[in-house]
Design a protein around this ligand. Structure first.
Ligand code: SAM
Length: 393
């Protein structure tokens, strides 16, 4: 079955045959090829669980020469269809990643990074003879040595607490919310594709995935306003990919998925606080944001995510929002009304206040509409992920 949406084209076939027939050059390629891990040993019992280590015939173990030739062929087809300023991301483990790197070099791509995807919840290994496997590798390369490529450095830095994003990314495996249409044995997490797509493409870019599987790349691409072409040889996975694409035609489901995809549980949080204009200015002048500590008894309810607060966003009734980094991650102090009065504030509502110290010398630019006017909640301080403010451009 071939099904077309205007921004999503899924083609059934062998990528080596399909890629040369593509009509348009692409801006970025994400490829999750066979790692050649499967030995036909099927299900293995680990503790009380049965785990299936056999992914299918497409992943069957092969010798080094076959692995090199396989990778050389599809990488060479990809190079033809990639724009000169385009980039390619290729996933692997030690089983295939050396062959991929050698082919990339032999085909005159230029390797930019080897990303380590550190799994926050890795499955337990079959043996105690070596360390537990907890990472996969993703090589990022551009087409040529000399044509510059696109990298949204500023956005990646902003998503990483203002510090240059490193090449080790800690992310969980796909959750059940990503498997509502069925399962693929080697499905990648949407959060991985979210970062990759934002780092290396602009809105409306065309992204190719030659080993589409369940179409994680296509779903992330469309949710982020990018166009997608996927190639997959297995009819069952083609159906799964189309079901996933149909699912996000529902605007509410798409909005939920986009939100979840942008929320890395490891992610940086922002304390969002309203203050009337004069007070907001004074807070910024002093690098101090305060808010009433808890309820009428003064108890502070510290909600999950608090420890990951790294920014404060100050606004006045939804307007004039300004973002700053805290001096210390996840840290606040409890001050009395009197201590605030001593430095010139005039707090009126409580005896105790939570005080956050931020770096007032460096206002952080942010790109998204923060949607701060939310009815009754406008005035309440909230903890929100940084991706609500920085992330989709
Ligand atoms: C590692 S999986 C990709 C999983 C995908 N990233 C996801 O998130 O669902 C590789 C997929 O490539 C497909 N495949 C293997 N060889 C292929 C080929 N030569 N052409 C097209 N698809 C192929 C397999 O059927 C499998 O679904």
């Amino acid at each position: 079955m071939v099904q077309n949406f205007s921004d999503f084209q899924l083609i059934k076939g062998d990528c080596n045959a399909v890629i040369p027939r593509l009509q348009e050059k692409v801006d970025m390629i994400f490829a999750d090829p066979p790692y050649f891990l499967s030995r036909g040993n099927g299900t293995v019992k680990i503790g009380n669980r049965y785990v299936n280590f056999d992914k299918g015939d497409w992943d069957r173990v092969r010798d080094n020469e076959e692995i090199y030739n396989f990778n050389y062929n599809w990488l060479s087809a990809c190079r033809e269809v990639l724009k000169d300023e385009g980039t390619i991301w290729v996933c692997g483990t030690y089983h295939n990643i050396y062959a991929v790197a050698n082919c990339l070099n032999d085909l005159k791509y230029k390797i930019l990074n080897m990303i380590v995807w550190q799994k926050s919840d890795p499955p337990k290994a079959l043996t105690n003879q070596r360390f537990n496997f907890s990472a996969e590798y993703i090589i990022w390369a551009r087409k040529t040595d000399n044509t510059p490529h696109y990298f949204n450095y500023e956005l990646m830095q902003a998503m990483n607490n203002g510090v240059h994003m490193p090449d080790v990314w800690k992310l969980a495996a796909p959750g059940t919310w990503e498997k509502t249409c069925g399962k693929h044995p080697t499905q990648k997490p949407l959060r991985l594709l979210y970062r990759i797509i934002l780092a290396s493409t602009r809105p409306n870019s065309l992204i190719l995935d030659p080993f589409a599987g369940s179409c994680t790349t296509g779903i992330a691409a469309n949710l982020l306003g990018r166009r997608f072409i996927g190639i997959e040889q297995d009819e069952n996975f083609i159906s799964l990919g189309n079901r996933r694409r149909n699912e996000i035609d529902d605007a509410v489901k798409a909005a939920n998925m986009l939100k979840r995809m942008s929320e890395n549980p490891e992610e940086v949080q922002v304390i969002v606080n309203h203050a009337r204009p004069g007070l907001q200015k004074m807070m910024i002048d002093k690098g101090i944001c305060y808010m009433r500590a808890g309820d009428s008894h003064g108890s502070v309810l510290v909600t999950p995510g608090f420890e990951r607060i790294q920014y404060v966003l100050l606004h006045s009734n939804g307007h004039d929002a300004k973002l700053f980094r805290l001096k210390r991650k996840g840290c606040f102090q409890i001050w009395t009304k009197k201590s605030l009065e001593e430095i010139g504030f005039n707090p009126e509502h409580a005896a105790y206040y939570m005080v956050f110290h931020f770096d007032n010398t460096n206002e952080i630019p942010f790109s998204q509409n923060p949607k701060l006017r939310q009815g009754l909640n406008t005035y309440r301080s909230k903890v929100r992920p940084l991706s609500d403010f920085i992330g989709l451009n």
